[in-house]
Design a protein around this ligand. Structure first.
Ligand SMILES: Nc1ncnc2c1ncn2[C@@H]1O[C@H](COP(=O)(O)OP(=O)(O)O)[C@@H](O)[C@H]1O
Ligand SMILES: [Mg+2]
Length: 352
């Protein structure tokens, strides 16, 4: 088993940099009494093998709705209203995750995708020992025998710096940080291609946050996993992400290398987001906060959804939705960022 794990890690690492997921015009809506809430509305995004892609944006912008859709875990009243999620497997043609059903879906999901849900440490079953919970996950989602699975548990716990005896404990005997590490170890148990972690550091104290951040970075390096890390906390992205996708009002408004996002943000919303991070030490440049309210997913503003709050809004911004496009050429060897903003389009006129 250890050998096949290592082999799989090597296979995965050899494909680093190629596309793993291509999300195309994805729409995920919720049915409500007052009409459809268009929580995710036209997202285009590529996830590359081996990267940690951060998904940023304020609460309510659609991060969790997007990531649960990627995992095909959307639940009523939510539904997929359109788009494709092309998954590039190592051993076969690309498949549209949205077209899979039943057994096919079950197989692909657990072999290829794993999930650390928001607040996952609180989802451990209080009456079962940690070991039993590992076995549940591993036996349900793979074809290994109980003995094989049992043998792997100490190693999995070791991957997140927990001692083997933790396997015999109940959740209430563990601290919050230890529980988060147990759920992390479960999420890596099947050494899947992609792990999605939703707010993995939220609700942990600062010290434990550091441990979890370090651990995620480490696991990516050692297991060759691709990760999507969702958090509203820009400081976590700064430390962990290779690239960051910034969401606003159900769409990705900018995506780029983490250094570019923090040093030279292109979209006015990203600029506002970066400027709202408190800085320790360095000169404190305080931009006026973003004025106005977050719009309702039942009634997005016309054109660019950020225009009512944007300090640079032009007439075209309320009339025409800007596409997500490359906005600069090569930036010191970094991939050029994509942003959806008329400041950088023909319609906006004044490029740079
Ligand atoms: N079950 C639901 N029914 C109706 N609206 C929902 C439901 N779940 C989420 N939403 C709405 O979808 C939008 C995006 O929510 P969510 O994806 O949880 O955002 P985030 O994870 O970025 O905080 C919000 O406006 C939220 O109110
Ligand atoms: Mg969320």
């Amino acid at each position: 088993m250890a050998n096949s794990l290592t082999q799989r890690t090597e296979e995965k690492q050899s494909a680093n940099g190629s596309s793993l997921l291509e999300i195309e015009d994805l729409k995920v809506y919720y049915d409500t009494i007052n009409g459809a809430a268009k929580a995710v509305d036209g997202v285009n995004l590529t996830v590359r093998r081996g990267e940690i892609l951060g998904i940023a944006g304020e609460s309510g912008c659609g991060k969790s709705t997007l990531t649960t859709a990627l995992l095909r875990l959307t639940q009523a009243p939510g539904y997929i209203a359109g788009g494709r999620i092309m998954f590039h497997r190592m051993d076969g043609d690309p498949i549209d995750l949205l077209k899979l059903s039943g057994e096919e879906l079950r197989k692909v999901r657990w072999r290829n995708l794993s999930y650390l849900p928001q607040g996952s440490m609180n989802t451990l079953n209080p009456v079962l020992r940690i070991k039993e919970q590992f076995l549940d996950v591993m036996l349900e989602h793979s074809d290994m025998s109980k003995r094989e699975a049992e043998k792997m548990i100490p190693n999995l716990l070791g991957q997140v710096n927990l001692e083997p005896y933790v396997a015999n404990m109940h959740p209430h005997e563990l601290s919050g940080g230890m529980k988060q590490r147990v759920t992390l170890a479960m999420a890596i148990a099947l050494n899947s291609d992609l792990m999605v972690a939703d707010e993995p550091t939220t609700a942990l104290d600062v010290h434990v946050q550091r441990v979890v951040i370090q651990m995620l970075a480490d696991l990516r390096d050692r297991l060759g996993m691709t990760m999507i890390v969702v958090t509203h906390d820009m400081a976590v992205h700064a430390e962990l992400a290779d690239r960051v996708a910034v969401m606003y009002a159900g769409d990705v408004v900018e995506v780029g290398d983490v250094r570019q996002i923090f040093k030279a943000p292109k979209h006015p919303y990203t600029q506002a987001l970066i400027n709202s991070i408190p800085r320790i030490g360095g000169e404190r440049v305080r931009l006026a906060g973003i004025t106005g309210n977050t719009p309702s997913p039942r009634n997005w503003p016309s054109g660019c959804r950020f225009h009512p709050r944007c300090p640079h809004a032009m007439p075209v911004c309320s009339e025409q939705a800007p596409a997500l496009l490359e906005v600069t050429k090569d930036l010191n060897g970094m991939q050029p960022p994509l942003a959806s903003c008329h400041l950088y389009t023909q319609a906006g006129g004044n490029d740079e």
